[in-house]
Design a protein around this ligand. Structure first.
Ligand code: GLU
Length: 478
């Protein structure tokens, strides 16, 4: 079977991390099986869909590396890929169902529908029991439509159990009577989601529908539509919901939910993609740090590895994974990724390339977010001490004033903006050999008087990156 999968976002907001996860699963599944990944824009909700949201979602997808094989901007055999441009197609299919007596025009008012739904709920019958579902009223309905009246088209729900096979949930059966006759075409002539989604998946020859568990109830209706047309069913995989640590559905309350926000917060696209894949799917070798390319193999990314239970979103784990990807990155690549996070007027841009690379590499192992490099820059330039108890203890050792006096004297004679690494080593050697200070008193003493901290990055690299003027100010404050 040729694998053809799709991601079908509605451009009614920024790309949500849940949507990005769905897109990733589809993309990887296509890549793993030599298939095609199609992007379809579900923009029939005219009030909520905007071109700006569409552009922003496309931009975030591109950032994540989700390049589609067919869809907006590229075209393809089944174009157009915007549902708003396919309305005539949906009408043609709706007309077919109408001529086959599988849908009917409904002239009930909103008020009638509301009362009907309340009453039917109490009686435990499906919500729609209006008179227009009765065949004898169809000629009247059709002549009203012919005379120019507008009415939605409702699908005549068959009185049978509905089953489908789900990769995640196994064999799913919905007993009959669960849903009422649902609208497939609104009175404004636009299709509903459950109708056009099926028509397009069929016309696009979609083989697998991989999407969120929140769509299971739509699948019930959609299977009915497939059956009404005698279209073959695609394979379904409904992936588990994302929840917060409080086990509630993931929302803004739990932190950032848009891909854009993570981009701005200093996350790498490969790390966000990596983490999102782990939410509801697991690597056959239990790996938790990987690239999308590494997953894109038939024997690694299989639909049977999806988990049924809800996936708990854990920002700390995402941060850890981001740090792991930062660590693995080449210095040149990392430098390119860091620079957009440095303010334009930043002191960083005033330094030469070797200073910049030493700076990036010094903190590469330490940071979790790209934004943290700017914080580290702030630390290099910071002139004041935080006199913690640990620092007070270091300053109280009788060796520390000796180190301080020696370094202060040396700093007086430095005329360059930075001390070089050799000079710094000579200072250390001097204190070791001449002042006979060794081990912890030596290293901690140096760190204490030069940085005002009792821990931090490798001094041999850190000090040559710190301006001499800052070192002088700090030491004078002790
Ligand atoms: N437009 C739907 C959504 O954004 C697509 C659902 C599907 O994948 O079928 O949820």
């Amino acid at each position: 079977m040729t694998v053809r999968v799709r991601f079908a976002p509605s451009p009614t907001g920024n790309l949500h991390i849940g949507g990005a996860r769905t897109a990733l699963y589809n993309y990887i599944f296509a890549r793993a099986n030599g298939g095609k990944y199609i992007l379809r824009i579900e923009d029939t909700d005219q009030e909520r869909s905007t071109k700006e949201f569409e552009a922003s979602q496309l931009d975030d997808m591109q950032w994540l590396g989700l390049v589609h094989d067919e869809g907006p901007g590229i075209g393809g055999e089944y174009a157009p890929y915007h549902q708003a441009q396919r309305v005539e197609i949906y009408h043609k299919y709706a007309d077919q169902l109408l001529s086959e007596g599988k849908v009917f025009y409904d002239f009930c008012s909103d008020d009638e529908l509301e009362k009907m739904a309340i009453k039917n709920k109490e009686e435990g019958t499906p919500p729609y029991t209006g008179k227009w579902k009765e065949k004898e009223n169809w000629p009247e309905a059709k002549s009203r439509v012919a005379a120019g009246e507008k009415a939605p088209l409702r699908f005549l729900v068959p009185d049978i159990d509905i089953s489908y096979k789900d990769y995640v949930r196994g064999d799913v059966t919905f007993p009959k009577g669960m849903v009422g006759d649902f609208v497939i075409m609104r009175s404004n002539g636009l299709p509903t989601f459950n109708f056009c989604n099926v028509i397009d998946d069929h016309l696009f020859k979609i083989s697998h529908v991989i999407r969120g568990e929140d769509h299971v109830n739509n699948t019930l209706r959609q299977v009915m539509v497939y059956q009404a047309f005698d279209f073959p069913l695609p394979e379904f995989a409904h992936v588990s919901l994302l929840i917060g640590e409080d086990r509630q559905k993931l929302s803004k309350r739990h932190g950032a939910t848009s891909v854009k926000q993570y981009r701005e917060d200093g996350y790498l696209p490969e790390a966000l993609a990596n983490y999102l894949c782990l939410l509801g799917w697991s690597h056959p070798e239990e790996k938790d740090v990987f690239t999308i390319e590494e997953l894109s193999h038939k024997d690694i990314f299989t639909l049977t590895r999806f988990s049924k239970s809800h996936a708990v979103y854990d920002i700390e784990k995402l941060k850890y994974i981001n740090g792991q990807h930062i660590k693995k990155m080449s210095l040149e690549d990392l430098q390119k990724r860091v620079e957009p996070f440095m303010p334009k007027e930043s002191w960083y841009f005033k330094q030469d390339t070797s200073w910049q690379q030493n700076f990036i590499s010094l903190f590469q192992e330490k940071v979790h977010l790209l934004t943290e490099f700017n914080d580290m820059l702030g630390e290099l330039q910071g002139e004041s001490f935080n006199l913690t108890d640990e620092l007070k203890e270091i300053l109280a050792w009788d060796t520390t004033p000796q180190i301080k006096d020696y370094i202060q004297g040396q700093l007086e004679s430095v005329t360059t903006e930075f001390v070089d690494a050799d000079t710094f080593s000579q200072w250390m050697n001097h204190c070791k050999k001449e002042l006979k200070i060794k081990g912890k008193p030596l290293f901690m003493g140096f760190r204490g008087v030069l940085t005002g901290q009792n821990h931090g990055a490798d001094l041999k690299v850190l000090i040559p990156l710190t301006p001499v003027s800052v070192l002088k100010t700090r030491i004078a404050k002790l």
